[in-house]
Design a protein around this ligand. Structure first.
Ligand SMILES: [Mg+2]
Length: 283
């Protein structure tokens, strides 16, 4: 069934574009997974367009481009879609004229909001906010949480980058954006509007930038509950790589299953290039 599913996916829809998660797909911490420079040369040689989509909203696109370049991957700014850029775009749709917002987050979120015409309020002026935006903030404080809670309890719209409960580090999992957001949610009874995976908005943003139809764009990631779920919600074929968080048994139990399950990005590129010879397919 699984193998058949994969082959049907290949035959019905030629893949023309890739939307790639980064952590666990391209690298673990600062260690590249495979020869990225060679892998992306093959991707270019196949004529596939590609973009990156990450739930991590703490960094700016420039910071990602720098990291990619350091590992031999050339890319342009439009190819980097983060949950921070996505949440700022969503906010812009809701408030086309911009305005003052209270944001808890790092440079990625702050820069994205400024670029969309929003002014960032200080703790002292937080009361004037037309919206609260929350992402991971390694300088989080009681005062920031207090202001966000007061605003959300007052009915001010509440947006957030991503619901990831934890963030992987070499020492283990530490609190992610979702863990901090849950404090505000507990104190207010209000869930934010999320931009990141598993919601489809980040994938839709990348699709728009690629100018590629969803059924010809493969969403690649290492987490079932975020990457694969988001790709499926957006209506794209999906590929789970086993080079990050998810294990094969979990992938095989996931319903509906990812279109492909492969060892890593290199195996995926090989399988796609050969069209039909599905490396590491569930079978
Ligand atoms: Mg990942």
């Amino acid at each position: 069934m699984g193998l058949q599913h994969g082959i049907i996916g290949v035959m019905m829809h030629r893949i023309r574009a890739l939307i790639l998660d980064m952590d666990g797909v391209l690298w673990r911490e600062n260690t590249p997974i495979g020869d990225l420079s060679a892998i992306f040369e093959r991707i270019r040689a196949q004529g596939w367009k590609f973009a990156f989509a990450t739930n991590n909203g703490s960094r700016t696109p420039e910071q990602y481009l720098e990291k990619l370049a350091g590992l031999g991957v050339r890319a342009e700014r439009w190819q980097v879609a983060t949950s921070a850029l996505c949440v700022a775009e969503m906010l812009k749709k809701r408030f086309p004229n911009g305005g003052p917002v209270f944001a808890i987050g790092e440079e990625g979120v702050k820069q994205a909001l400024r670029e969309q015409g929003f002014d960032l309020l200080s703790l002292e002026d937080a009361e004037q906010a037309i919206a609260v935006v929350m992402g991971i903030d390694r300088s989080i404080s009681f005062e920031k949480m207090r202001e966000a809670t007061l605003l959300v309890r007052r009915g001010v719209p509440f947006f957030a980058t991503n619901p990831d409960k934890t963030f992987p580090t070499p020492r283990g999992e530490i609190p992610g954006a979702g863990a901090w957001i849950s404090v505000v949610t507990t104190a207010t009874g209000v869930e934010p509007i999320y931009a990141g995976k598993p919601y489809p908005f980040l994938i839709e943003m990348a699709l728009e930038r690629l100018g590629a139809p969803k059924h010809e764009t493969l969403v690649v990631g290492d987490r079932l509950e975020t990457d694969i779920a988001a790709g499926q919600q957006a209506g794209c074929p999906t590929a789970l790589v086993l080079s990050g968080v998810a294990k094969r048994e979990q992938a095989e139990a996931w319903s509906p299953p990812p279109t492909w399950i492969v060892d890593d990005l290199e195996s995926l590129v090989t399988a796609l290039a050969q069209r039909g010879q599905i490396v590491g397919e569930r079978a």
